[in-house]
Design a binder for this molecule. Structure first.
Ligand SMILES: *Cc1c(COP(=O)(O)O)cnc(C)c1O
Length: 386
């Protein structure tokens, strides 16, 4: 390949993190099930000494995600929450954080119930409104935690706008990029400092492991995260690192196919008389449509829609045949979830309603089934609703 040509993401996902001849040249990075490594000379440092600090299979997965997000260092954790919690440990008692109000429920929980005990203050803000972010500033504000599009109403935050605002003030910015994956959105290129993933979702992609990733561009910041990862020890196991590597190789084709299905289903649901509202950044009636198109190359594979009542949702779930009804997203199979009793169960009902999470709201993560089969299945389930 010529020096000037930058490979596309679909090329990178196949080759990132693979070992070309360093050891054996194996096309699939071996699973190094070793807790420790023989030290030939105690005066000489070596790359691997203990697997909490570093493991070859995990390193391959870490190099792969760093490459895909365009960062200098990647880190693989035992879950998305382990990844996020480790990043949040960059802050100290007395620091104040501004956090997207629609942030993932687990991130909300750890900030609200755990970090407050260590003296980190948090204000949850509608970050789709930059004025609201500015209005929340305190003299001790040190960080901005974002997610775009958000869950489950797919609210879009201007990541570059927020990053610029934070940079002027010396705050650290963290963006949860789980819904988009680096195929569709690269927060580091938009000026964000730290990208976090629940790799359980699109990155791994097969609903068969729990994992998380962090990527940074700045090397100093990379050292700080590496220190915390080793200190906490919440690392991804060698076997799960291998599953993640395997999953990521097909990320680009999976994302493209699932997104195509999501576009079709969003359009279908948007015109269906039994559906009162569809939330999808690929529809031009979505309030964040313009900003999303500026910062991402596609609307992704997750959408939400409203059937008006809990009774309608129950009927719909009992009639639909292809998608599974479950927590999670980003798998090869389509997944329907019910935010009211699943992701947002802990939230006060009034607060849920205020955020558009009514009793009729359903989230759909579109998998790899044939989109016409999915549409026919949804149509049949909807048409039978009383
Ligand atoms: C699932 C999810 C998480 C948490 O990840 P786990 O792997 O379940 O710990 C964080 N953020 C988003 C957006 C998620 O969907």
């Amino acid at each position: 390949m010529s020096q000037e040509r930058k490979p596309q993401l679909s090329t990178l996902v196949v080759h990132a993190g693979t070992d070309r001849g360093q050891w054996t040249g194996a096309a699939s990075v071996p699973i190094y099930m070793a807790s420790t490594f023989h030290q030939r000379d105690i005066d000489e440092g070596q790359v691997y000494d203990y697997s909490r600090s570093g493991n070859p299979t995990r390193h391959a997965a870490e190099e792969a995600i760093a490459c895909l997000e365009g960062g200098t260092r990647g880190f693989a954790f035992a879950s998305g929450m382990a990844a996020m919690s480790t990043c949040l440990a960059l802050f100290s008692a007395g620091d104040h954080l501004i956090v997207a109000q629609d942030i993932y429920g687990g991130t909300y929980r750890i900030l609200d119930k755990v970090w407050t005990r260590f003296g980190v203050e948090t204000t949850f803000v509608d970050t789709t409104d930059l004025e609201a972010v500015i209005a929340a500033v305190r003299p001790n504000t040190r960080g901005l935690i974002l997610e775009s599009p958000s869950n489950p109403t797919l609210a879009v935050t201007d990541l570059a706008g927020c990053a610029a605002l934070a940079r002027e003030r010396g705050w650290l910015t963290i963006a949860d990029n789980t819904f988009m994956s680096p195929c569709l959105q690269k927060p580091l290129e938009l000026g964000i400092d730290i990208v976090v993933h629940s790799a359980t979702k699109f990155l791994a992609g097969h609903s068969d492991l729990i994992s998380g990733c962090v990527v940074v561009g700045d090397e100093e910041l990379g050292k700080r995260i590496g220190f915390l990862q080793n200190a906490f020890g919440n690392i991804l196991s060698p076997h799960d690192s291998w599953l993640l590597l395997r999953g990521m190789k097909t990320l680009a084709v999976r994302m493209a196919a699932s997104q195509q299905g999501a576009r079709q289903l969003a359009a279908f649901l948007n015109n269906h008389p039994k559906v009162s509202r569809v939330y999808y950044p690929g529809l031009d009636n979505h309030p964040g449509y313009g900003i999303h198109n500026r910062q991402a190359s596609g609307p992704g594979a997750v959408l939400s829609f409203d059937l008006g009542s809990r009774a309608a949702v129950k009927q719909f779930f009992s009639r639909v045949k292809l998608p599974i009804v479950a927590v999670s997203l980003g798998g090869v199979e389509s997944i329907l979830s019910y935010p009211t009793t699943m992701s947002h169960a802990a939230m006060e009902p009034e607060e849920r309603i205020r955020r558009g999470i009514g009793p009729g709201l359903i989230r759909l993560s579109v998998g790899l089934e044939d989109p016409d089969d999915l549409q026919a299945d949804l149509a049949e389930a909807l048409d039978g609703l009383e």
